[in-house]
Design a protein around this ligand. Structure first.
Ligand SMILES: Nc1ncnc2c1ncn2[C@@H]1O[C@H](COP(=O)(O)OP(=O)(O)OP(=O)(O)O)[C@@H](O)[C@H]1O
Ligand code: SF4
Ligand SMILES: [Mg+2]
Length: 317
């Protein structure tokens, strides 16, 4: 059997905190992503989604220490030096960052920014070909030549997000990571951008790691879901199965909290109570224990292992 495009095993990340303290931010992330597949990392703010993505990109903050295994096509990324990373980052693995405005250079036209990776990685023989490729790519994500020749501040939020996607795709990566690519957009544009990403995955056969806090918006547009909480995987599975039978109390709570179109007054919302604990407040047990209706003394004392589908002591089979 060939190696998966991306395989992460027992990824642990420790960050440098104030006064020399160590913050144990990721506590054992396991995931697998194949070519042509969309996997969504879902969780509330602070659950560890971006740190997981940054670890895969080799872009963890200074002083961070990562252990475990991150393999791209069977090649271990945690052992790479910066030179090796330069050949991979932006080329084989690309990322659409959380903030479209800060991720684009305000002083450069969008077209020039999309041409840059093509030129940098020598994917076109000359400037004119690189320009044509960039224009074709921008047209593919829905931007006309006039918009391609604009500066970022002259575009709408949705257009900037499309420009960022084109930039990330310019070097034809095998793995695309999109970190909350729709948060700055209105509801209609959110759906459009997610549909566009899905189409691009199908066309190019790349793998997509999509990060979102919005289970309802994302779930029906990806193949698999990985639910994170407190730097751990709570549950993972095929999106359709997981929505039909969410087993983990956290997945159930996220799903119950979704806004429902057409819900009448007699169908109350069930917002998730409490907040994701700060890293300094995470104990040794299950991170969801303080908010979990099924929690027992064992839950707070001992973290449940992740069996490939679920991490919970009490969830019913
Ligand atoms: N550089 C850092 N220094 C200290 N703590 C950090 C740093 N980066 C992230 N953290 C902490 O690590 C945890 C996970 O952060 P992460 O950015 O991965 O969350 P997230 O799931 O992406 O959240 P959001 O939805 O808000 O983007 C949080 O508790 C966060 O405060
Ligand atoms: S391990 Fe315990 S606290 Fe954690 S989700 Fe399961 S029942 Fe709830
Ligand atoms: Mg984030």
């Amino acid at each position: 059997m060939s190696a998966p495009l991306l395989e992460v095993r027992d990824l642990q990340v420790r960050l440098a905190g104030r006064g020399g303290a160590t913050l144990h931010a990721l506590r054992g992330i396991d995931l697998r992503l194949d070519r042509g597949e969309c996997l969504a990392l879902i969780g509330e703010s602070g659950s560890g989604k971006t740190l997981t993505a940054l670890a895969v990109m080799g872009l963890l903050p200074e002083g961070a220490r990562a252990t475990g295994r991150i393999a791209l096509d069977g090649r271990d990324l945690l052992t790479l030096d910066e030179d090796a990373w330069c050949g991979l980052r932006g080329r084989r693995v690309a990322m659409v960052f959380q903030e479209p405005l800060t991720a684009l250079n305000p002083l450069q036209r969008v077209l020039a920014q999309v041409m840059e990776p093509i030129r940098l990685h020598r994917l076109a023989p000359d400037r004119a070909t690189a320009r044509q490729r960039a224009l074709t790519l921008l047209a593919r994500v829905g931007l006309e030549e006039r918009q391609a020749c604009a500066y970022p501040h002259q575009l709408s939020g949705g257009q900037r997000q499309r420009a960022l996607i084109a930039m990330a795709l310019a070097a034809e990566p095998e793995l695309l990571i999109a970190d909350e690519p729709t948060t700055a957009l209105d509801a209609r544009l959110r759906v459009q951008v997610l549909e566009l990403l899905r189409e691009l995955v199908a066309e190019r056969g790349m793998g997509l790691l999509l990060i979102s806090h919005d289970l309802a918006l994302t779930a029906r547009r990806v193949d698999r879901l990985l639910i994170l909480y407190g730097g751990r995987v709570m549950e993972q599975g095929a999106a359709a199965d997981l929505l039909a039978h969410p087993r983990h109390p956290y997945t159930q709570a996220l799903w119950a909290a979704r806004p429902r179109l057409g819900a009448g007054r007699d169908q109350p919302l069930h917002p998730l109570k409490g907040n994701v604990p700060a890293l300094t407040q995470l104990g040794d047990g299950c991170p969801f224990a303080p908010r979990c209706p099924l929690a027992t003394a064992r839950c707070a004392a001992e973290p449940p292992g992740f069996d490939g589908r679920l991490a919970c002591w009490e969830a019913s089979p």
